[in-house]
Design a protein around this ligand. Structure first.
Ligand code: FES
Length: 152
């Protein structure tokens, strides 16, 4: 299936963290995760913005995940994984080898096309040359809005 990640090329400051976002379903299968659903969060203030709040209403089952269309602080999208109805984790898709953006998960593996490193959807290294796991951020879920706040 195709993944539609919107262009992200101009990181901005954290002042825009609290800006809301809208969503578009892009549909990427994540093998090893039940009923995968992947969506993108479209920034209201332009591509490349570092965002903190993401709508996770499309994640209806545990271990479903989405890829944000906006970039996190490291300049790559985030993979947001639902652990339970109220617990989510955000993982940077920025390769820890030399900083390339990882491909969306396929069969539970995120590939770095720069030099071939692979990571699982917990951020662990499956294959080098990367040696360090991906940056993982804690989150806070707001049930009243269906939004996850990523704690950068
Ligand atoms: S930048 Fe990802 S493997 Fe080198």
């Amino acid at each position: 299936m195709a993944l539609n990640i919107l262009g992200n090329d101009q990181p901005i400051g954290r002042r825009d963290f609290m800006k809301a976002c809208t969503w578009g379903i892009v549909g990427v299968a994540i093998v090893g995760m039940a009923s995968p659903v992947v969506s993108g969060c479209n920034s209201l203030s332009g591509p490349g913005n570092v965002q903190a709040d993401y709508n996770v209403s499309t994640l209806t089952g545990d271990n479903q995940a989405l890829v944000t269309s906006g970039n996190g602080p490291e300049g790559s999208p985030l993979l947001i994984v639902r652990k339970s109805a109220t617990t989510y984790v955000a993982i940077s898709m920025n390769c820890t080898h030399e900083g390339c953006t990882l491909d969306a998960p396929s069969n539970g593996v995120m590939l770095c096309s720069c030099h071939g490193s692979e990571f699982d959807t917990t951020g662990a290294v499956l294959r080098g040359p990367a040696r360090n796991r991906l940056t993982t951020y804690t989150t806070t879920y707001d049930a009243s809005t269906g939004m996850v706040h990523v704690n950068f």
